[in-house]
Design a protein around this ligand. Structure first.
Ligand code: ARG
Length: 367
């Protein structure tokens, strides 16, 4: 018996079930997350570093319990409607398996009162070409998050995709630094995660063909970025985006490539764009529409710039983010408005709640 030892994407044969090189090639198949079974995470160093201080009380009191029901249900209704919208456009939508994240778990070294959710596959699954990489996430509550996707991933693997998981991190106490810099981690290099082992979240990476962009965040360390860079095929280059974000976690509401030559930027989070993108048109996102008194459990109000491209021109934008929609309209995009504010409460928008499995297109350089 022989095994197909393909080591590179083979562009001479038709694309397999998994094939994504950019954030904008025409979307054909996507995983959409779910809030079903979601639980409040435990308050700890890694969580504190990335979420609003106002979440402390709820996370301390209710770790391992379901989220406030009305909020979770409203978010799930929006997720279902979004999935239905994508389906109506001919895009194949898959959803994670049901998982009860309120179950406590432990490793031989620590325990957690519960998990988090299966709402944000983007955070967990890094799809590059025909390969799906499971991230070694730094939040203990997210240790087993990949379980909800294993049936799906096995199916993609059976049909020809490559599937790997980064080394399972220990997440001992020395993976974290309680004395991290709460104001300027980017200046001092003092983040909530240390460098004792690689950790990363997939959402700290973004893809532009042969070039990927990544940020050091409170959950993604230098070793994590190095691990990804060394495991991609040799045609890829990973560039590091230097941020000015006091709470860095996930690059996709800070540095958002929309189409070849077009980059949307969060001025509060990124000052300098890597010089490989000097020829690109870089525009700053307008002020978000989310009012100050709208309770966001896990992100800043600018999370609405976390848009999803269905193609180089079509962009899904949160229905109330009209300033952003107008700006993108003036930049030549077709706007597809979808209500999603209840999902935004839980830390993400359209890009976060998806993991694109297949986009029609080939590997090329766009920088
Ligand atoms: N950390 C970002 C913010 O506070 C949110 C990023 C969300 N992205 C994601 N993939 N979950 O605005």
């Amino acid at each position: 018996m022989t095994v197909d030892r393909r080591s590179r994407p083979d562009t001479t044969r038709p694309a397999g079930p998994v094939s994504t090189y950019t954030e904008w090639d025409p979307l054909e198949e996507v995983i959409v997350g779910t809030m079903r079974g979601a639980a409040v995470p435990q308050w700890d160093v890694a969580v504190e570093s990335c979420v609003p201080a106002s979440a402390r009380e709820l996370f301390t009191r209710s770790a391992g319990q379901p989220w406030p029901r009305a909020h979770a249900e409203a978010a799930e209704a929006e997720l279902d409607a979004f999935a239905g919208f994508l389906t109506s456009r001919g895009i194949v939508v898959t959803r994670p398996d049901p998982v009860d994240h309120t179950r406590s778990f432990s490793t031989p070294r620590w325990s957690s009162p519960g998990g988090l959710y299966s709402a944000m596959p983007r955070d967990l699954l890094l799809v590059v070409g025909d390969m799906i990489i499971e991230s070694p996430m730094a939040w203990r509550s997210r240790y087993f998050e990949a379980d909800a996707y294993h049936r799906l991933l096995t199916d993609y693997f059976r049909r020809g995709a490559r599937w790997i998981a980064a080394p399972r991190p220990l997440l001992d106490d020395d993976t974290f630094d309680a004395g991290f810099d709460r104001e300027t981690p980017f200046a001092t290099g003092s983040y909530a995660t240390t460098e004792v082992e690689p950790t990363f979240d997939a959402a700290d990476f973004t893809r532009c063909g042969t070039d990927l962009f990544a940020q050091r965040s409170h959950v993604t360390n230098r070793l994590g970025i190095e691990w990804v860079a060394r495991h991609l095929d040799p045609e890829y280059t990973v560039h590091i985006v230097e941020t000015i974000d006091p709470y860095p976690m996930h690059i996709d509401a800070s540095f958002v490539p929309l189409a070849p030559g077009k980059l949307l930027l969060n001025r509060n989070k990124v000052k300098d764009v890597p010089s490989v993108l000097d020829a690109w048109d870089v525009r700053v996102a307008p002020e978000p529409a989310v009012p100050d008194d709208f309770e966001l459990y896990m992100s800043s109000p600018t999370v609405g710039m976390n848009v999803l491209m269905l193609s180089e021109t079509q962009v899904v934008v949160e229905a109330q983010e009209t300033a952003l929609a107008d700006m993108l309209d003036g930049w030549g995009f077709d706007i597809l408005p979808i209500p999603f504010r209840n999902v935004m409460r839980f830390g993400g928008c359209f890009h976060c709640v998806t993991a694109d499995v297949r986009r029609r297109g080939e590997l090329r350089s766009v920088v």
